[in-house]
Design a protein around this ligand. Structure first.
Ligand code: LRH
Ligand code: MN
Ligand code: MN
Length: 388
């Protein structure tokens, strides 16, 4: 059986990074529903993120999205985070919201647009220097809508050129995480549609380029845990963007749609050493809370990731390997299911109490009165970014 002290140690050392945009108003292309008390600027997003960390103890890092989180002084923003016991994490670039990017950003046929997009990516590295961030997270909306619209491989060449220029600009301790997504907003071809494309580019770039797996970015039925196991084997798993999906890129709370899938993914992480901090796998949330209360939803998502992590850490790997080695299919499957079916909530409550935290993070947050305070004090909160 797994050593309980080691399981607890792994649970307390796990870092779950929350997205600044998860605290802002968001919606679909049909409607953004404004909520009361949402942050008016990036500083207030950090204030909310600090509440999530205070309640859970495992969420001390916040991802930024530029330009949604553009400020005058990034050093001051990092200082604001530090004063609240948190820090700034991945910088997400955004080359998908300008009119110029109608036909693509770094893969656009026009070199002027490509240069503009590249300048933005390089600016994001400047920001990382100021914030002390390790990771640049790249997602490209680039693609085409119609057969014949552009040359598929010419676009790959333009992409490789831009990635190479950004890679060359990275500092020694910085990484580039390349995200893939099957479709949307492009509907015919996407320039980085799958892990294979992202992996091929990262392999050429070098060790500081790694793939990020956004759990909402696959076709239905894709075996994401296989991708995770394979990327870990190759030393190319940079991290996750966790969220849930029922249909497409739904960005619902992690672990809400399919907690079993989240467990299977985290089992591969556990089995392949991915929880060891030195492997550098980043556990990020990438989600939006369109209709539910935002801060409690982020807390719930953190808890869902923790629960799946605890179950993954409880898998009896010795028993699993013995069953696998002897070809005992049912016994091997039973080992996994035993861990998955364990109610880990008492264990997590205990871990929190040992850290001096309330065993119930949602109740802890409600007891602070923070929600009432922000509703009273903040008027005119900002949108997460879309349509802003
Ligand atoms: C794209 C994506 C990417 C963006 C984020 C807001 O769908 O997953 O990570 O930066 O959403
Ligand atoms: Mn994402
Ligand atoms: Mn997405």
């Amino acid at each position: 059986m797994p050593d309980l002290a080691r399981v607890k140690a792994a649970l307390t050392s796990q870092v779950i990074e929350t997205p600044s945009w998860g605290y802002g108003n968001s919606g679909t292309r049909f409607k953004v529903f404004a909520q009361q008390g949402v942050p008016r600027d990036p500083y207030e997003k950090l204030d909310d993120a600090a509440q999530v960390h205070a309640a859970t103890g495992v969420a001390p890092v916040v991802s930024l999205h530029i330009p949604w989180d553009r400020v005058e002084d990034y050093g001051a923003l990092a200082g604001h985070a530090a004063e609240r016991g948190i820090r700034l994490g991945a910088v997400n670039s955004n080359v998908f919201q300008d009119d110029d990017y109608k036909l693509g950003s770094v893969t656009h046929p026009d070199p002027r647009v490509r240069r503009k997009a590249l300048d933005h990516l390089l600016e994001c590295v400047d920001i990382m220097d100021a914030t002390g961030s390790r990771d640049l997270k790249l997602w490209f909306a680039d693609g085409t809508n119609y057969p014949g619209q552009d040359d598929i491989n010419a676009r790959q060449d333009r992409l490789a050129e831009a990635l190479g220029a950004v890679y060359a600009r990275l500092g020694a301790d910085q990484r580039m995480l390349l995200e893939y997504k099957l479709f949307e907003p492009a509907f015919y071809t996407t320039d980085v549609p799958d892990w294979g494309t992202a992996y091929a580019h990262c392999l050429k770039l070098g060790p500081r380029a790694q793939v990020v797996v956004d759990t909402g970015h696959h076709a239905p039925g894709v075996n994401i845990e296989f991708i995770v196991a394979f990327l870990l084997r190759e030393g190319k798993l940079g991290g996750f963007d966790f969220n849930s999906r029922f249909y497409a890129d739904d960005d619902l709370m992690a672990g809400a749609a399919d907690p079993f899938q989240l467990f299977r993914i985290l089992h591969e992480v556990a089995k392949n050493g991915g929880f060891a901090p030195e492997t550098g796998v980043a556990f990020l949330l990438d989600q939006c809370h369109n209709i539910e209360a935002k801060i409690p939803a982020v807390i719930r998502s953190v808890m869902n990731v923790q629960e799946a992590t605890a179950k993954a850490l409880l898998v009896d790997l010795d028993a699993l390997r013995a069953a696998q080695g002897s070809g005992d299919v049912l016994a091997a499957n039973a080992v996994l299911m035993d861990a998955y079916n364990t109610d880990v909530r008492p264990l997590l409550a205990e871990v929190r109490q040992e850290q001096g935290l309330n065993p119930d993070p949602v109740a802890a947050y409600r007891a602070t009165g923070w929600q009432e305070r922000i509703v009273a004090e903040r008027v005119g909160g900002t949108q997460a970014g879309w349509g802003a």
